[in-house]
Design a protein around this ligand. Structure first.
Ligand SMILES: Cc1cc2nc3c(=O)[nH]c(=O)nc-3n(C[C@H](O)[C@H](O)[C@H](O)COP(=O)(O)OP(=O)(O)OC[C@H]3O[C@@H](n4cnc5c(N)ncnc54)[C@H](O)[C@@H]3O)c2cc1C
Length: 435
């Protein structure tokens, strides 16, 4: 017979979303329990943070602790390079529309996530590591708790006034309830490992993430403080399946198609076995209901190209925590409508970032991306998006420049069809050969 207990807020998952929500709730004096299937520290992809994540680190009181982690490296911008190295552009966070936050960090996620979770625990959150949720407990339309299982197979029932699903790509509730829909046109796979002795640029660019465009996909190169580098190849799942190979072969064939990455990895040594993540792009139709809300990756994910994942995870988590604090204070329970602010912020972040990500897969947009015209404030508009300056006042002005760029990309496409492109097209693009 499973033991049973009741808590105020039950949080599923101790990643950035779960630990942020937990810390904020505990700080407000609300009982919160995090159920985490793994034992931290654990490996995770997603090591490049954006500038507008930094204020949240300040708010949580862990900015210094994150900065002091052994592998944390300051970055001042994001660099992009074409597959053969012939085109290169660096966007600097300091050049965003004001008020700019001029830097962010590369973090090793085993350290970063453990730091966030330890902070939640220090603030009073009870953390149950090594316990997996196995089933939701519904009472009518209200989610009343979760059934969980320990590593030795022991079962418990945790009842809660409210449940936050922060289970990441597992998307615990969305998968079980049929709310998760993969993007049919955007089925990607990533193969990743850490390396040493990768060629890194000098000077200000040394700490930047580099994104290398390749035919059918892209690479990331994320340097840490000790000059080890996370390198990941992102590719269409269909291509990978055609080749019928594992992550190592996927990575090698992508390197062969991307001479610039081959050059940077020529003298490098791999430090970890390859891991892969498949089909990470999906949307979730229902984000909240009576007694529950989905936050972070559990609420949907498109593509990591612009490193928006941790920003979205922590922003939606902070918003859900506020909704809970407000609702419990007002009427002692949390209903579907109480999560309206979080649902709205989640949807608008997805909408905005998705349009930016889709633009990146459009070769005509990319031609401008690698060749931004300074006179029209396009670099500032792009940097503001790359820095995740997407909440608060002035958003329309910032995104209107981005929308103008989309219009230019459309004109570039028309011009290319009649042999008169506005700017020089790129040789290889993430969606496939340039058209
Ligand atoms: C290839 C790739 C590259 C990426 N690169 C970046 C990047 O550079 N920068 C960036 O910001 N983002 C990046 N991301 C996205 C980023 O990793 C995620 O957005 C971020 O980790 C989301 O945080 P989260 O807390 O929602 O989920 P997670 O960090 O995944 O945490 C979820 C937690 O829930 C736990 N869990 C799941 N199911 C259960 C269960 N049933 N019971 C108990 N526990 C459970 C898991 O063990 C996990 O610890 C990348 C993603 C991919 C796929």
């Amino acid at each position: 017979m499973a033991s049973e207990r009741s808590v105020d807020v039950l949080i599923l998952g101790g990643g950035p979303a779960g630990s942020t929500a937990g810390a904020m709730l505990a700080r407000a004096g609300i009982e919160a329990v995090i159920v985490e299937g793994e034992r931290f520290p654990r490996f995770h992809v997603g090591e490049s943070l954006l500038p507008h994540t930094v204020p949240l680190l300040d708010d949580l009181g862990i900015h210094e602790a994150v900065r002091a982690l052994p592998h944390t490296r300051r970055k001042e911008g994001a660099s992009f390079v074409t597959h053969d190295g012939s085109r290169h552009v660096a966007y600097w966070f300091a050049e965003a529309f004001p008020p700019a936050i001029p830097h962010a960090y590369q973090v090793r996620r085993d350290e970063f996530d453990a730091c966030l979770l330890a902070n939640a625990s220090a603030l009073g959150v009870e953390v149950l590591e090594g316990w997996k949720a196995t089933a939701p407990i519904w009472e009518g339309r209200r989610l009343a708790g979760l059934r969980i299982e320990g590593q030795g197979g022991e079962e418990r029932v945790l009842r809660a006034r409210v449940v936050l699903d922060a289970s990441g790509q597992v998307a615990f509730l969305a998968n079980r309830m049929g709310w998760r829909f993969p993007y049919a046109m955007h089925r990607k796979v990533a193969a990743v490992s850490h390396f040493r002795d990768v060629w890194l640029p000098d000077g200000r660019e040394a700490g930047n993430i580099t994104i290398a465009v390749t035919d059918g996909g892209w690479f990331w190169l994320i340097p840490f403080a000790d000059d080890t580098v996370s390198v990941g190849a992102v590719m269409d799942v269909a291509r990978w399946r055609q080749a019928g190979t594992g992550p190592e072969a996927l990575f090698s064939s992508s390197v062969s198609a991307t001479p610039e990455v081959g050059r940077r990895l020529a003298g490098a040594t791999r430090l970890l076995p390859f891991s892969s993540v498949q089909n990470f792009s999906y949307r979730v139709m229902r984000l909240a209901g009576d007694g529950y809300c989905l936050i972070g990756d559990a609420a949907g994910f498109l593509d990591p190209i612009f490193s928006t994942g941790v920003f979205v995870a922590t922003t939606t988590a902070a918003s859900a925590a506020e909704d809970i604090i407000d609702a419990l204070g007002r009427h002692g329970r949390v209903d579907s409508g109480d999560f309206a602010p979080t649902v709205s912020v989640t949807r608008s972040l997805h909408r905005l970032f998705f349009s930016f990500i889709r633009a990146y897969y459009n070769p005509h947009f990319l031609a401008f991306f690698f060749n931004p015209s300074r006179g029209l404030q396009f670099p500032q508009a792009i940097v503001s998006l790359l820095a995740a300056d997407v909440l608060g006042p002035g958003l329309f002005r910032k995104t209107s420049r981005f929308r103008s760029l989309l219009a230019l990309a459309w004109m570039q496409e028309l011009g290319s069809k009649v042999g008169r492109p506005l700017v020089a097209p790129l040789g290889a693009t993430p969606g496939g050969p340039a058209t």
